[in-house]
Design a binder for this molecule. Structure first.
Ligand code: HEC
Ligand code: HEC
Length: 238
């Protein structure tokens, strides 16, 4: 890592100039492998001269998120999922006062590079034993069993055992901040977030009461995680 950091820093100025030239010529994608990754690292840790703040200031130095502030973890999420979200913020179909201006200030190529960058960072959350759900625990019960009388599938059917996420399209929920999870479910209910694949999450959110949303958010935020820090009070030092 130090070696990589040194190289990255030594070649940052050159890459920035090169990146700017490439973008002016509109051929940034021809160098999809090298240039955008170092460009992404620069944006993640320093922001851009166009006023984009460093992503790590909110999303954590390792993309691990910030539980106390409700900023989601980005590390290890699907690349196409992350790109969809940045594009949706930029198009204002996903509404959030903080992320909309940031995504709008990034170029298409920069949004692609940021999605690739954060998706390649190792997830800071790993599975641990999930406690048996009791019917009295609304969050755990709905998450692991759903409510079939109402056509509500268990969340873990799509979000994976222990909520760790599945593939590119089903993002992890385990260890994401409770306020963030609840905010997304309410967002779908109120049209503040695009429907996403097959409008699955709109159909699901519509079946949940406000109390159930809070219970589910608390459940996934508090899932036991093994061998890793909870994304809670981590400092955001680049
Ligand atoms: C000032 C704080 C802040 C900064 C800086 C910031 N973000 Fe965010 N980000 C947020 C918040 C808050 C949310 C949750 C938005 C919501 O509730 O919909 C978010 C959400 C996201 C999401 C959606 C995650 C998901 O699971 O759907 C992505 C992707 C993202 N940010 C990428 C970035 C990138 C890339 C940068 C840097 C260019 C960045 N953010 C900088 C605060 C920030
Ligand atoms: C049939 C599949 C399916 C089921 C069941 C399901 N989800 Fe999802 N969920 C998705 C998909 C697909 C996405 C990504 C949506 C997008 O791309 O906009 C998603 C996204 C989410 C997100 C946003 C994550 C982020 O990083 O922003 C939350 C929160 C969420 N689901 C919560 C739940 C909860 C809670 C349940 C159970 C009540 C549940 N989901 C059940 C398919 C499902």
């Amino acid at each position: 890592m130090p070696e990589f950091a040194r190289r990255a820093s030594a070649s940052r100025t050159m890459h920035r100039t090169l990146g700017a030239l490439l973008m002016m010529c509109g051929i940034g994608s021809a160098f999809a492998l090298d240039v955008p990754m170092s460009m992404a690292q620069t944006i993640a840790t320093k922001g851009t001269t166009q006023g984009v703040p460093a992503c790590v200031a909110c999303h954590g130095a390792k993309g691990e998120g910030n539980g106390a502030a409700g900023f989601p973890r980005l590390a290890g999420l699907g690349q196409s999922y992350l790109l969809e979200q940045l594009n949706a913020f930029a198009a204002s179909t996903r509404q959030n006062a903080v992320m909309q201006p940031i995504a709008k200030a990034l170029t298409d190529a920069q949004r692609q590079a940021m999605a690739a960058f954060f998706s390649a960072l190792p997830s800071t959350v790993t599975a641990a034993r999930v406690p048996e759900a009791s019917h009295a625990d609304t969050g755990a019960w709905l998450a692991t069993r759903g409510r079939w009388t109402d056509g509500l599938p268990a969340c873990i059917q799509c979000h994976g055992p222990a909520g760790l996420g599945v593939g590119e399209s089903f993002p992890p929920l385990a260890g994401q901040p409770a306020a963030y999870i609840a905010g997304q479910l309410r967002g779908w209910k109120h049209g503040l977030r695009p429907p996403g694949p097959l409008t699955l999450m709109v159909l699901i959110a519509d079946k949940l009461s406000d109390a159930e949303i809070s219970a589910l958010a608390d459940y996934f935020a508090s899932l036991p995680t093994a061998g890793s820090r909870r994304p809670k009070t981590e400092g955001a030092k680049p």
